[in-house]
Design a protein around this ligand. Structure first.
Ligand code: NMX
Ligand code: MLT
Length: 514
């Protein structure tokens, strides 16, 4: 990767050009991989330089000559505002990279498949290529190598020191580079220009009973958008496979641009008599989503920016991302693939858990009041477990520590709503639940996940309708799933078709190998 001399060169350039700052944590992967090489005095220089530089971040983009020296920090110059042309430039080199991996390492083993893995939901089985993010069981998610706190520091915000703009994350996921504010603004504008919803979409949603679950209404809206698919039209006309990524890009950007308005309509239809609020051209993606839902407070807009950013992507194996990827591997267009993904997200062990958490918390309050003691809370948790239910918002298929998405929402709450009774209840649960789940003896991760926290934040700002919460998750996930889908097409990834076996096959095979 990057050598220590590289690091010093960059720090030197920053230092002597009075350039900007990244918090030390941005360097942490590089730093830790070289720590055996750093003597104490070198480390002191390193720390001093980094902390000095870490106050000046925004100036990087104003000094293009420097930015070329820090390419490895994934900072871009503001010269090219067009995401499409940036991608076009990146695709050939990534295609070559994949070709090389195939030819040089095609036969390298990545692990052994055991019967437990086949029967255990394929846990621990590496089986997918997913470029946009990678999940570490202890550290949590990294988007193109950047952790959530790092994204909060380096991605452009609506106001200084504010939460990252989801458009910036989209740019990062697609290109692997941190965009400038100008690039993000250009992307915001492009998304707004694609956001008009055809009338038949509203009519398709209106055909459902208003009592239909918000996720059903949302997915119906997404399916209705499918009639505009550029990929489907191009395929019908016989597009060459080397060009697949282009209409996929068009569909993906349009879909990402349109899902907030469709989602907002579902909310307004069910809870606000169907009155639609038009988009505000002066607002960014997250701010506009909050606005179209009916929330114009600056804190709710900041929350929405954070919410959409952190829920976007969680590597490729989670149910929604994997479903989207699988369906897309049949060359189904982005609308069909994303609608399929949403149906997975709507399950209570996956995205619906955010609804379940708030409903469960409210049932605690109904039964025991807001000022419940920890002992009462323990009894309630045991009652839930003894009735054969899971404690929603706790546990994870891959993570083995507290989800960093939980932690950044907790930090948001500590900053903006420290005295909210439901936030305090969530904090008590953080103390009470993990020891109980550990005591059960079978739960691999007793710690809270992203869904344990999101509901109380939304509830605080007036979005109290828990049944709607998974739709918000869905809007965000469009960004991650569609970004990878563009790369699926650009890299020419094949039809996904793993082998399955019967119990009879397993018994016979295992007896033979015993
Ligand atoms: N409450 C009660 N039991 C649990 C919990 C929990 N929060 N988490 C895991 N277990 C049980 C699990 O049901 C299984 O029991 P059994 O053997 O009787 O079937 C056992 O512990 C072992 O499960 P794990 O291997 O620890 O977890 P697994 O990878 O199978 O499942 C989840 C992961 C996330 C599905 C599971 O932890 C869970 O059901 N959590 C609650 C629902 C939730 O919060 N889902 C949201 C996940 C994040 N997201 O947004 O998608
Ligand atoms: C997600 O964000 O998709 C969930 O945490 C579930 C997962 O990663 O398996």
């Amino acid at each position: 990767m990057f050598s220590v001399p590289h690091l010093y060169l960059v720090l030197y350039l920053f230092y002597f050009n009075n350039a900007p700052p990244f918090h030390l944590s941005l360097f942490s992967p590089v730093f830790s991989s070289h720590r055996h090489l750093l003597f104490e005095s070198q480390a002191m220089v390193f720390y001093r330089s980094v902390s000095l530089l870490s106050k000046l971040r925004n100036r990087v983009v104003q000094q293009p000559s420097l930015t070329t020296s820090v390419r490895w920090l994934q900072i871009q110059t503001s010269s090219d505002l067009d995401l499409h042309s940036q991608l076009k430039e990146l695709i050939p080199e990534q295609q070559e990279r994949l070709k090389k991996i195939k030819s040089e390492y095609g036969k390298v083993q990545l692990g052994n498949i055991t019967v437990d893995m086949v029967l255990g939901g394929m846990r621990g089985m590496t089986g997918l290529l997913w470029e946009t993010s990678l999940l570490d069981p202890d550290e949590g998610i990294r988007f193109r190598g950047l952790s959530i706190p790092e994204c909060q520091k380096v991605l452009p915000a609506a106001k200084p020191g504010g939460e990252p703009l989801p458009e910036g994350l989209l740019w990062l996921l697609l290109t692997g580079k941190v965009p400038t504010k100008e690039q993000v603004d250009a992307l915001s504008k492009e998304l707004r220009s694609r956001a008009t919803i055809p009338d038949h979409v509203y009519k398709a949603i209106d055909a459902l009973p208003v009592t239909a679950h918000p996720m059903t209404q949302f997915t119906t809206g997404v399916m209705a958008l499918q009639v505009q698919s550029e990929f489907s039209k191009a395929y019908e006309k016989g597009i060459h496979k080397s060009k697949y990524w282009e209409p996929t890009y068009e569909d993906s950007l349009s879909l990402i641009a349109q899902v907030p308005a469709v989602a907002a309509y579902v909310y307004r239809r069910i809870y606000k008599n169907g009155e639609r609020i038009p988009m505000d051209d002066s607002l960014d993606y997250g701010g506009n989503f909050a606005h179209m839902l009916g929330f114009d407070g600056p804190e709710m807009q900041e929350l929405m920016r954070l919410y959409v950013t952190i829920h976007s992507d969680h590597e490729g194996g989670n149910v929604s991302a994997h479903t989207g990827h699988l369906v897309a591997s049949a060359l189904s267009d982005p609308y069909l693939s994303f609608a399929a993904a949403l149906n997975g997200l709507a399950g209570p062990l996956h995205g619906l858990a955010n609804q379940e958490v708030l409903l469960w918390i409210k049932s605690v309050v109904d039964e025991c009041g807001e000022n419940i003691t920890k002992d009462q809370l323990k009894d309630y948790v045991w009652k839930t477990l003894n009735s054969g239910k899971v404690v929603p918002g706790f546990g994870h298929g891959v993570l083995r520590k507290t989800d960093p998405r939980y932690m950044c929402q907790r930090e948001f709450a500590l900053k903006h709503l420290p005295n909210d009774p439901l936030f305090q209840l969530v904090s008590k649960l953080y103390d009470v639940v993990p020891p109980i789940l550990t005591e059960l003896g079978k739960v691999k991760n007793p710690w809270p996940n992203v869904d344990a926290h999101s509901g109380v934040l939304l509830n605080y700002y007036g979005l109290t309708e828990a049944r709607y919460y998974t739709v918000l998750f869905g809007v965000s996930r469009a960004i991650g799933i569609c970004s990878q889908l563009i790369w699926d097409r650009a890299l020419g990834l094949p039809l996904e078709r793993p082998k399955s076996v019967t119990m009879e096959w397993l018994e016979a095979h295992c007896k033979k190998s015993a």
